[in-house]
Design a binder for this molecule. Structure first.
Ligand SMILES: Cc1cc2nc3c(=O)[nH]c(=O)nc-3n(C[C@H](O)[C@H](O)[C@H](O)COP(=O)(O)O)c2cc1C
Length: 175
């Protein structure tokens, strides 16, 4: 079964992470789609999805996600398995750290897809606020990556997250 990885990226960071995630999970298994070029509606062709989004301009959506935002409600995501990752900058924009990842999570939640890839807020990130935290603040709704101030941690986080995704998928398959 193939995974569709759909991302929006203004200065290529989210795109570079998409390529690393694809390489970790297995290039034969993951199709990359930049939503600037591929309509988000093509997400309907996959049972398993990864969404990549960066945050811009003090807690705003990346521009290509913003342009496609209304499509989220028109695609049937209810039976899908979905994981999200988000790019941000915790030092420069610590009050809005990876907010767009939280906004994307909230936008797909009403359709009740199976969400995987929640990531512990383990103290290795330093920020003041984030819409990407779930209520108790102990987990992010997906993988936050900060290539601006923690570039050296990104590869390790990606490989750990991909291993977590594979394990969660295996678990779901065996249920
Ligand atoms: C003008 C500007 C505004 C930004 N605003 C935020 C923000 O509100 N929250 C955040 O976490 N990161 C913010 N960032 C950091 C970007 O999300 C980060 O650079 C990211 O890697 C960009 O990914 P992309 O090139 O794939 O779009 C901002 C960066 C710039 C240059």
């Amino acid at each position: 079964m193939k995974i569709g990885l759909f991302y929006g990226s203004s200065t290529c960071y989210t795109e570079m992470a998409a390529e690393k995630i694809r390489d970790q999970l297995g290039a034969d298994w993951v199709d990359l789609h930049n939503i600037k070029d591929t309509p988000l509606s093509e997400a309907a062709n996959y049972d398993i999805l990864i969404f990549g989004i960066s945050t811009w301009d003090y807690g705003e959506l990346q521009e290509d996600w913003e342009a496609n935002w209304s499509d989220i409600d028109t695609i049937d995501l209810s039976g899908k398995i979905i994981a999200i990752y988000g790019m941000g900058d915790q030092e420069g924009y610590g009050e809005w750290f990876v907010d767009a990842m939280g906004m994307l999570h909230d936008a797909i939640l009403p359709q009740a897809p199976t969400l995987i890839g929640y990531w512990p807020n383990d103290g290795s990130y330093q920020f003041q606020g984030s819409k990407a935290l779930i209520a108790d603040g102990e987990y992010f709704v997906g993988l936050p990556l900060d290539d601006e101030t923690q570039y050296e941690l990104s590869d390790g986080r990606i490989s750990k997250w991909c291993a977590q995704l594979l394990s969660e998928l295996e678990q779901l398959g065996s249920d």
